[in-house]
Design a protein. Sequence first.
Length: 246
Amino acid sequence: MAARPCMPKRFVVPASDFPDLPGSSGDFELAEALTAAARQLHASGTPDSTIRTAVRLAVRILPGADHAGISVRERGDRRRAVAWTDEVVRKAEGPAGQSDEPPYWDHLWQTPVVRLADSETEGGGGLLADLGLRSALALRLRADKRRLTVLTLYAREPRAFDETAARIGRLFTAHVSLALESATVREQLTEAMRTRDLIGQATGILMERLDIDAAEAFDSLVRASQRENVKLRDLARRVVDSNRSG
């Protein structure tokens, strides 16, 4: 089973148009818009670029949305923002440990969609109200026992997100999740191929240096990795780098 993508980086993404994505004025079929969005998401290539594309598309697809961000939260820890459309969202999502979490976060462990109707009247929405963000639609992208990944749409008007927005949001996040899984698998396969080649190079270097066969050279690498508590890939890179510098 593919590992969950690690998304430690943070991105500031300007909200800009996608040339092949229909506008959000109601003059297009939802299926057409989601199909165009899916093409953009799957063309992104890496998990990092997929989430960057997702927040940009979310503002175009979701009715009522003015801003969007994606955050990750580990159980017992504060959330960390990993992508946002603008600085307002960056402040709303907040660096780890530097902002109070909005009231809907805990509910997202159990339910895929939570709406905040008005940050000025609902408890816990003070930070959003201070930033001029009156309503929010939080959509769960991923959840397991330890980690929660959420796409949140923000609006400057109260009660901007109705049942239709929530329905479209769930359809959109399904496409995002699929694209993210696909990008993760591609990245893992690419890394596996690179690791295999790196270990092969290191094995060849040890064969020549120590005048041993391939099996003995590989076993030597494995034993050194265990002894030094270093990943085999990293140890192989050290061998290759030392051979180049020597």
